[in-house]
Design a protein around this ligand. Structure first.
Ligand SMILES: CC(=O)SCCNC(=O)CCNC(=O)[C@H](O)C(C)(C)COP(=O)(O)OP(=O)(O)OC[C@H]1O[C@@H](n2cnc3c(N)ncnc32)[C@H](O)[C@@H]1OP(=O)(O)O
Ligand SMILES: O=CC(=O)O
Ligand SMILES: [Mg+2]
Length: 361
């Protein structure tokens, strides 16, 4: 067992020191592109200023005979592009595939200085993170990197969900976790055929009207409510991430044309504590930006509560609602996120300032 003191020592001689905390950088959308698809890769320089994170995907959705081309494509697009403040991530192939080792060796060696985060799919337990952790340290030392590359796990196997707390705690490199609803559905043997979102068959139905005195049951229609297939897993992932000070994300929403349901899925994740989601297609970028930035009127309200609460203790009434230490802390979360995002997004900063002005009238 590693001692607590070892935790922050490099795992290879000459590797950079592991991070002590996850630096806050906006990551409202992790935008996926296939670096082996020349048309898509050509859009990367123009996409960079529009997104928080660009992710060169090497795993699922890249055909087996295109794996090498995707890896080589990512090396050339990373070398040729100035990403500015936008983060560059990659999703490597899963650790049980024949490509994962070459993905890590090539990418850290060739473009390690540009890579912020490596997303690891199908993580089943802390042992998977330990493997990547040590390998990254060796490769960083060999490449002479000064900054450690962070690790992001996808929660998309039943074993991974059962071990989510130990995965979150497995390394100081852990940056966050994304829900992978498509693979998770397969791993759990769910009977869906979708990438995220709900299912009309997963519902509750209101009771039939009571038949007092043994009358004939009514055949009047009964309202049904579609339920959220992902609530349990997202909530569990959020708790594991919050407990270990790393960041939770919703993953992919595959029905690209259903922008309304995509927005709903993203918003549910945001309200439950997630900081971002994946965008698979350009149309999902603005949805994520809108949803994962606190709404200007909510920020203005939160500032009002913080101001009224003074040192954050006690209780006050605002507009008929009781506020106390706990709502003060919730409001600090909202304002803290808004301020951090506004620092890098002038348009958002302006909309927060405008809402604040209206609220103070
Ligand atoms: C379960 C999981 O693992 S999810 C993660 C893995 N999946 C992915 O990464 C999928 C990424 N996305 C894609 O591959 C594509 O968006 C697809 C296949 C879903 C749809 O692609 P298309 O059929 O080309 O979509 P569409 O015709 O609407 O594209 C419009 C334009 O946007 C471009 N585009 C589409 N997706 C992207 C993207 N992710 N990034 C950049 N540009 C894109 C297309 O190249 C096209 O460009 P053009 O107008 O110059 O021709
Ligand atoms: O990789 C993502 C998923 O949903 O599977
Ligand atoms: Mg998957």
């Amino acid at each position: 067992m590693r001692s607590a003191k070892d935790f922050f020592r490099p795992l290879a001689v000459g590797a950079p020191a592991p991070p002590r905390e996850v630096p806050f950088r906006p990551s409202r959308m992790i935008h996926f592109f296939d670096p082996g698809n020349e048309k898509m890769a050509a859009k990367v320089p123009a996409l960079a200023p529009q997104v928080d994170v660009l992710l060169g995907n090497l795993e699922d959705a890249v055909a087996a005979d295109r794996k090498e081309a995707a890896r080589a494509g990512l090396v050339s697009v990373a070398r040729a592009t100035d990403f500015g403040a936008t983060q560059l991530w990659t999703r490597v192939n899963s650790l049980d595939s024949p490509w994962a080792l070459d993905d890590l060796v090539t990418l850290v060696t060739e473009i390690g200085d540009k890579l912020d985060v490596v997303m690891v799919p199908k993580v089943e337990g802390a042992h998977d993170i330990h493997y990547v952790d040590r390998l990254l340290a060796q490769l960083e030392a060999r490449a002479g990197l000064r900054r450690p590359i962070l690790v992001h796990a996808i929660l998309e196997t039943a074993a991974g969900v059962a071990a989510v707390e130990e995965i979150a705690a497995a390394s100081p490199r852990m940056q966050g976790i994304s829900l992978g609803p498509a693979d998770l559905a397969a791993s759990r043997r769910m009977k869906t055929t979708r990438v995220g979102g709900g299912h009309p068959g997963y519902l509750v139905r209101e009771d039939p009207p009571p038949t007092f005195g043994g009358g004939t049951p009514s055949d009047a229609p009964r309202v049904t409510y579609q339920q959220d297939l992902w609530h349990y897993t997202i909530a569990r992932m959020v708790d594991a991430c919050a407990a270990h000070d790393i960041l939770p994300y919703y993953g992919p929403f595959g029905d690209i044309q259903d922008v309304t349901a995509c927005e709903d899925q993203f918003r549910n994740a945001f309200l439950l504590g997630c900081v971002g989601a994946w965008s698979l297609h350009p149309v999902q970028i603005d949805i994520a930006k809108r949803v994962f930035s606190p709404a200007p009127e909510d920020v203005a309200w939160a500032r009002q509560v913080i101001e009224a609460m003074g040192d954050g203790t006690g209780a006050v009434m605002i507009d008929g609602k009781m506020q106390d230490d706990a709502t003060f802390k919730q409001c600090q979360v909202v304002v803290g996120l808004a301020d951090a995002l506004a620092e890098r997004d002038p348009q958002l900063a302006a909309s927060y300032a405008a809402a604040d002005k209206v609220a103070r009238r």
